[in-house]
Design a protein around this ligand. Structure first.
Ligand code: 2NL
Length: 344
């Protein structure tokens, strides 16, 4: 067989093998056999050129053949790759219309919700919201508030003291009143502030008592403030929060920082005053305390009690949340158990 014939046959065989390759692996194998190695048909023909009479013509001929064969392999490779891609488009398709698992949406903690509702009500009545430290000095928590030395609330049994500085001078605040004391030190009347926050007492945990709880206190200091303003303000916020059927009731009481002092209750939201187990058949639930700011407190913060008067009130946020959401044990309010919190 002549070189020309063999080259012709190389071209036909190789182009045929390329076109007939069933897969990319197969194509690779055929390319190696016909074109790519020294022992390939092309490799052997290349060796033969040296022995041809007209080596230049033989070289040119084989070169043309090689280009044609290379084109055939490239074309088939292109076809097979396209097919593989098209197949993967079908096989690996993701059906976006199927829909995924549901994500559980979080929500605010019940206490946070009540906290914010209370802030909204008082902001609506013209109050500012103030905050302060949870670790306090004796002065702000007791001394400035007219707690005499030896008052039972000051004792170790009630207050959590911090081992820092002078003994019994640094403590976890037992109420948010220190925030109002700080406000009165920092600015002169008229003052209208509410101080919501976390407070701490050395209480043993039971259904209603917890060493950590939340309260909101309010303070109004201006010229000519009366007990009538206090009673009207309490009634207004109870109506704003619970509607016109829920009323406020006041009883005389005592606090070291107010004179006179009152305790206030609201109509039981469960029986609307008829009497039920929640209100122990009284029709009322205790909410908090209030009173006219004692002149001794004004003197401690350098406000003239002859010119100004004011009222203050305080009540538990957890208690309101417990009542409104029917939470039986107060520990559920802060221990962060998601199985409990999910219910709201
Ligand atoms: C309650 C009673 C009360 C106050 C808090 C107060 C604050 C200043 C001056 C005078 Cl700076 N008083 N706060 C007054 C009366 C009662 O809270 O049962 N809280 C849970």
């Amino acid at each position: 067989m002549t070189f020309v014939d063999d080259t012709r046959r190389f071209t036909d065989d190789a182009v045929g093998a390329a076109r007939g390759a069933a897969s990319l692996d197969d194509l690779e194998e055929q390319e190696r056999l016909h074109l790519k190695s020294k022992a390939s048909t092309h490799g052997l023909l290349k060796e033969r050129i040296k022995r041809e009479d007209d080596r230049a013509a033989a070289g040119r001929l084989l070169n043309e053949a090689r280009v044609e064969v290379e084109r055939a392999f490239a074309a088939r490779r292109d076809e097979l790759e396209r097919a593989a891609r098209a197949e993967s488009m079908v096989r690996d398709r993701i059906d976006l219309t199927v829909g995924g698992g549901e994500y559980r949406r979080g929500h605010l903690h019940p206490v946070t919700r009540i906290w914010r509702e209370l802030e909204d009500v008082f902001v609506g009545l013209g109050y500012k919201v103030a905050e302060g430290p949870e670790v306090e000095l004796d002065w702000y928590n007791f001394e400035a508030l007219n707690f005499p030395p030896g008052h039972p609330a000051r004792a170790m049994q009630d207050t959590l003291y911090v081992r820092l500085g002078e003994p019994e001078q640094v403590l976890l605040r037992t109420h948010t009143s220190p925030v109002q004391v700080r406000t009165m030190e920092a600015q002169k009347p008229p003052i209208y502030v509410v101080a919501p926050g976390r407070v701490f007492r050395r209480d043993t945990l039971d259904a209603r008592h917890s060493p950590v709880f939340h309260q909101i206190e309010g303070l109004a200091v201006d010229e000519g403030i009366t007990l009538g303003d206090l009673l009207g303000t309490i009634e207004a916020f109870i109506h704003a929060l619970f509607g016109p059927n829920i009323n406020a009731r006041f009883l005389p009481s005592f606090f070291p920082f107010t004179e006179p002092s009152v305790e206030f209750a609201m109509t039981c939201v469960f029986c609307e005053g008829a009497g039920c187990t929640v209100c122990s058949k009284t029709g009322w639930v205790e909410l908090g305390g209030a009173g006219m700011v004692d002149p001794a407190v004004f003197e401690a913060v350098d406000i003239d009690p002859e010119r100004y008067s004011g009222f203050a009130f305080g009540f538990g946020i957890d208690r309101v949340a417990q009542l409104l959401y029917g939470i039986d044990h107060v520990k559920n309010v802060w221990d962060g158990d998601v199985r409990f919190l999910r219910q709201f």
